[in-house]
Design a protein around this ligand. Structure first.
Ligand code: FES
Ligand code: FES
Length: 174
């Protein structure tokens, strides 16, 4: 296949279906930003190292998990569902608990790492609703921040975890 030959890719992104013809070499992060306008997902390195491009991705019948969208080709994501940081807010525009906690606890300075950091934190809290500090640091180890020293990020994830746990209705016991 020549690199200029295009391949049809169908993706659900932030709740909308997109069907596009892409070059086989196009990275998912390029496709999200340049074709779909999802510029909230950012590119911070060319070594698959920084995590700023992190999104959630799953199959039609598989749960979503965090992936570095610079390490996935758009054609590999064909048929997948993807959530970017732009798809986290509720239908009424209310921030996701992780977004809210990052805002309230000053878990960002320049903000460049924040979209990826938030997506990794969302994935972490889905798998582990009550993580220890060590588990949070381990869970976010693929996301680099040059500014904050991570302390407020850890605090924000702890606060978001508590807020999300409080949203789960307590089981009624007779
Ligand atoms: S842009 Fe740095 S890991 Fe993807
Ligand atoms: S807030 Fe600047 S890189 Fe994390």
């Amino acid at each position: 296949m020549s690199s200029s030959q295009r391949v049809r890719v169908s993706l659900d992104v932030d709740g909308s279906r997109y069907v596009d013809d892409v070059e086989p070499r196009t990275l998912l992060v390029q496709h999200l930003r340049e074709r779909l306008g999802k510029v909230g997902t950012v590119i911070g390195c060319d070594t698959s190292n920084c995590g700023s491009c992190t999104v959630l991705m799953g199959g039609p019948d598989e749960p979503q998990h965090s992936v570095k969208s610079c390490s996935v080709l758009a054609v590999q994501a064909d048929g997948a569902s993807v959530t970017t940081v732009e798809g986290l807010a509720g239908p009424d525009g209310s921030l996701h608990a992780v977004q809210q906690a990052f805002h309230e606890l000053h878990a960002l300075q320049c903000g460049f790492c924040t979209p990826g950091m938030i997506m990794s934190a969302v994935d972490l809290l889905r798998d582990n609703p009550d993580p220890s500090e060590e588990e949070i640091r381990e869970g976010l180890s693929g996301n680099l921040c040059r500014c904050t020293g991570y302390q407020n990020i850890v605090r924000a994830v702890q606060a978001a975890a508590a807020a999300l746990r409080a949203q789960v209705p307590e089981e009624v016991t007779a």
